[in-house]
Design a binder for this molecule. Structure first.
Ligand SMILES: [Ca+2]
Length: 134
């Protein structure tokens, strides 16, 4: 059972991701199905990417999921096809976008090269040069 506090942090991560992707200039879509292995779909203008969103308060992101079933519970890992990109929101507000195949991994440690902030900032300042429509 997911605690209310954990659910709240996950919700913050998803909404923060939506805001950041929107600022970068990508369109964001939400899957209707709750059984989807991803939280968002983003349209970069060139392609669609399925994005799994995680909140973490530690340096490593836990990629395992606990599923309850008739025999009790089972720990599952994501498969390569479950999502395309992983968005991570850290407790300090740092955002990461990991575009590597994480299938079968138990954890991932976001690196500086995965930071979304710089890429987002660069694309944002580029967008600002365009005149606003009236
Ligand atoms: Ca998630």
């Amino acid at each position: 059972m997911v605690s209310k506090g954990t659910q709240r942090k996950d919700d913050v991560a998803v909404t923060r991701a939506i805001a950041s992707f929107t600022e970068v200039g990508w369109d964001v879509a939400l899957p209707v199905s709750e059984s989807a292995r991803y939280d968002l779909i983003i349209d970069t203008g060139l392609e669609l990417k399925r994005v799994q969103v995680k909140f973490t308060s530690t340096v490593e992101v836990d990629l395992r999921r606990i599923h309850s079933n008739s025999k009790g519970y089972a720990i599952k890992k994501y498969k390569s096809k479950d999502f395309d990109w992983l968005y991570v929101l850290k407790e300090n507000g740092d955002e990461f976008l990991i575009r590597e195949d994480l299938g079968g991994r138990s954890t991932i440690r976001p690196q500086p090269k995965h930071r979304l902030n710089e890429e987002g900032a660069a694309e944002r300042s580029a967008t600002r040069l365009e005149p606003e429509g009236t």
